[in-house]
Structure formats: C-alpha cells, structure tokens
Design a binder for this molecule. Structure first.
Ligand SMILES: Cc1cc2nc3c(=O)[nH]c(=O)nc-3n(C[C@H](O)[C@H](O)[C@H](O)COP(=O)(O)O)c2cc1C
Length: 201
C-alpha cells in the first residue's frame, strides 16, 4: 500500500477480534510511533503495550478507579472495565512532557502524532485499529498502572486487532475542503479552497 492510500483508507475499527498484532508487528508499529515530528527531539511520549492476560490487570485497575467514585451504577463500572479487554491488544500513549522551551501544547501535539502513526502503521501492516480515550485517565489506579508521573497525561490508547468481518464500518463522508481549508491571498484575505477532497476509497 502506498503512503497516500494508507492515509486515505485508514478507518477506526468498529469491533476488534483475534488475531491481534504479532510481536514483530508491534515492534514495527512502535518504531513508527517514534518517528512522530518532535521539536528539539525531546521524545515527549511513552507507550505501554497491554495484551493477553495483562488486559485483565488493566480491567481490574479501571474497576478499582470506577468503584472509588462511589456512586457509579454497576453496569457503568462493568462497561468501563470491559474496554480493557475488547481488543486483542492495545498501546497506551502517554504525553511524557519534558522541561523545555518547547511548549506543552507542542509536546502534546507530538504525542498525538505518535498515536496517529500507530494507527497508520497498523493499517499499513493489515492490522485494524481504534484510537480511544482511556477510561478514568486521571484516577490513581489507572495512572499507577501505566506509570503516569506527575505532569504526564494519557493521550489515549490505540486498540489493535482484526476488524470483525460481520460488523460494518460505516462509510466516512468526505469533508468539503472549503469548510476547513483556506488559502492566504496577497491582499491578506483568506480564500476557501475550492477543490474537492480526495476520493476516499
Ligand atoms: C484523542 C481521541 C480520543 C478518542 N476517543 C474515542 C473514544 O473513546 N470512543 C470512540 O468511539 N471514538 C473515539 N475517538 C474517535 C475515533 O478514534 C475515530 O477517529 C472516529 O470514530 C472517526 O473514525 P475514523 O477514524 O474511521 O474516521 C477518539 C479520537 C481521538 C483523536
């Protein structure tokens, strides 16, 4: 698959089943994550792989976090914990901010780019992915499990596996470029881009 096709055809998986990524695929995906644009090469990101039985350990931490809130209905707690095991594997992305003149916003942007690289590298390898918010990301049990230090934040996690063949991925409408992109004219005005977005295969 060429790079542009990879970008245009990546979709968020609607249901992930086995097989999950192989160890070699995870290594390649992590390698791609580390090529995210990175101002001053600060490496303001870390990654934690969760797969196999360790997913249950994660589910237990989420349950502890949800129960600590005190008044969540049991189905809500169960649903939050179930997110840990709904894919064969996941990679959590942590914004590991560094003391620097580079702003936190730029460092977090690099971490987000790393997460997108994970999704794209997975797609290039034939592995389906879904970038999801981490349940209860600010809770002590979840932060401790991922080793999130003070000043660090969980950007999200990317679930990895195989798209279930019987669960459709709804079509994605092309975004009219004129609504989101403009070109600066010499007179200082912004002219909306008129050309159509590339066809999404
Ligand atoms: C930071 C971040 C967190 C997200 N969290 C969730 C989530 O918790 N649940 C969800 O259904 N989609 C979540 N999404 C959106 C999906 O990853 C996906 O981008 C969206 O469903 C559009 O699908 P597409 O990628 O196929 O265009 C999140 C996206 C981002 C960037």
């Amino acid at each position: 698959m060429d790079a542009l096709t990879c970008l245009l055809t990546r979709r968020t998986a609607t249901r992930l089943v086995e097989p999950g990524p192989t160890p070699d695929q995870i290594t390649a995906i992590l390698g791609a994550a580390t090529t995210a644009p990175d101002h001053k090469m600060l490496r303001p990101w870390r990654f934690v792989i969760v797969r196999g039985e360790a997913r249950t350990t994660l589910a237990t931490a989420i349950t502890a976090a949800a129960e600590a809130i005190g008044d969540l209905p049991e189905p809500v707690v169960r649903k939050a914990a179930g997110k840990a095991t709904r894919s064969p594997a996941l990679i959590a992305v942590i914004a590991a901010r560094v003391e620097s003149r580079v702003s936190v916003a730029e460092q977090d942007a690099s971490a987000a780019a790393a997460a997108q690289n994970i999704c794209l590298a997975a797609h290039a390898l034939g592995v389906a992915s879904a970038w999801k918010s981490v349940p209860l990301p600010d809770s002590a049990p979840v932060r401790a499990l991922f080793g999130v230090a003070a000043g660090e934040e969980l950007v999200g996690w990317v679930e990895l596996g195989t798209q279930a063949p019987n669960v459709p991925v709804p079509p994605r409408a092309a975004v009219p470029l004129g609504e989101v992109a403009a070109e600066l004219e010499v007179d200082g005005s912004l002219r909306p881009v008129a050309t159509a977005a590339p066809v999404i295969v």
